[in-house]
Design a protein around this ligand. Structure first.
Ligand SMILES: [Zn+2]
Length: 187
């Protein structure tokens, strides 16, 4: 995998001051938002892009609050957010909107993906190992509620799982239940 890597720049945010660095892999541009010092095993959040949740404040999922929780935590304790551009569990924006339309008709998130010919989760995490190797990080404390993510990061030593605590709302209750029941999330 050929990866192009940007310079490091400062990014002050409402959560604190971070440094950012972009990693370009083919057409996809990912972002690493980080705060040093990292310590022995830095806190890492692997966050997959969700435009509707991250930027528009969508209540259909919990991505926005999860991202904000991660940024707040890392601003306080140091660590990295790996922001991976794999929108809609990597089915892309157009398919995600089609999946939402199917959900409007009563399908859950997993059923909608299947109806569109995708698996429940099309994401990949190869980039994570590349980035951590680049930063010379061997051990991490992973911020996640998703045990599958722990399995898919098999090349990395995860010394601790830190849960993300976000509140549900009346729009995403069913979605969160489906993630728990069908996708094994710990909530
Ligand atoms: Zn989302």
């Amino acid at each position: 995998m050929k990866i192009e890597i940007s310079e490091i720049a400062q990014l002050p945010t409402e959560y604190g001051e971070f440094l950012i660095q972009a990693f370009k892999e083919g057409e996809k541009e990912h972002l690493v938002i980080f705060k040093e010092p990292f310590g022995d095993a830095p806190i890492v959040r692997v966050h997959s892009e969700c435009l509707t949740g991250d930027a528009l404040g969508s209540l259909k999922c919990d991505c926005g609050p999860q991202l904000h929780f991660a940024l707040e935590t890392i601003a306080k304790e140091g660590g990295l957010v790996l922001y991976l551009r794999q929108e809609g569990r990597n089915i892309g924006l157009l398919n995600k909107v089609n999946a939402y339309a199917l959900q409007d008709q009563g399908l859950d998130t997993v059923e909608a993906n299947h109806q569109l010919g995708f698996s429940a989760d099309e994401r990949s995490y190869e980039m994570v190992e590349e980035v951590l190797r680049y930063f010379k990080i061997e051990k991490i404390r992973l911020l996640t509620n998703n045990p599958k993510k722990i399995e898919s990061l098999e090349g990395i030593e995860i010394v601790e799982r830190i849960p993300i605590v976000v509140r549900s709302n009346r729009y995403n209750e069913k979605y969160l239940r489906t993630k728990k029941k069908k996708m094994g999330h710990l909530l």
